[in-house]
Design a protein. Structure first.
Length: 193
């Protein structure tokens, strides 16, 4: 899909989100699809040829960059009342079965926001440990125990990990201690070795 079309679709999603917000309506499904188009638009504006939906040559991730043979998974989350956002990897198969090369994780302050609060970019190897289930953390431990956690600060993260009595993953510690390594790190996305 060309950049002009991606920009147009992204703006239409933004308009829909604004109208929903005016009516105090929340639609997490639209946010998820908006996030995918937002990331596709960002990649296209950086010169990548981008494939989405049915046009993808490879469908294991949300976005495919055919010239580079790169699969990009998009995760999005609304910051909860507790100040945390969670990227869901269900039971971890996407990571274990190497279904993507890079993951772009967008956080939003509220449902209906049209600009992400944060954009974090990881390679699949960064997220390898996230495929280890933490059942005490998940609201749905049988179907969704593999979550990447992002909060306000490293201290808030440490307190929550202790409170929840869960394992702290190194990638989460790095994300909280040095978020700049991941924030808007579009240059990370390159042809896999």
């Amino acid at each position: 899909m060309n950049n002009q079309s991606l920009v147009k679709i992204t703006r239409l999603f933004e308009a829909a989100l604004r109208v929903l917000r005016q009516h105090d309506l929340r639609d997490s499904k639209i946010i998820e699809r908006f996030a995918e188009y937002w990331v596709a638009c960002q990649l296209s504006s950086r010169g990548y040829k981008v494939q989405v939906l049915d046009e993808r040559d490879v469908t294991s991730a949300d976005i495919y960059l055919p010239e580079e043979e790169i699969r990009v998974e998009v995760k999005s989350a609304i910051l909860g009342e507790d100040g945390f956002a969670y990227a869901s990897f269900a039971v971890g198969k996407q990571i274990k079965k190497k279904k993507f090369d890079y993951c772009v994780f967008l956080t939003f302050a509220e449902i209906g926001d049209v600009q992400p609060k944060d954009v974090f970019i990881f390679n699949r190897e960064d997220l390898r440990k996230i495929a280890i289930p933490r059942k005490r953390l998940a609201a749905h431990p049988d179907s969704n125990p593999c979550l990447l956690i992002y909060g306000r600060s490293i201290n808030a993260y440490r307190r929550q990990v202790k409170k929840w009595r869960i394992r702290a993953f190194e990638i989460e510690k790095r994300l909280h201690q040095k978020p700049r390594q991941f924030r808007n790190a579009w240059k990370k996305i390159c042809k896999p070795a």
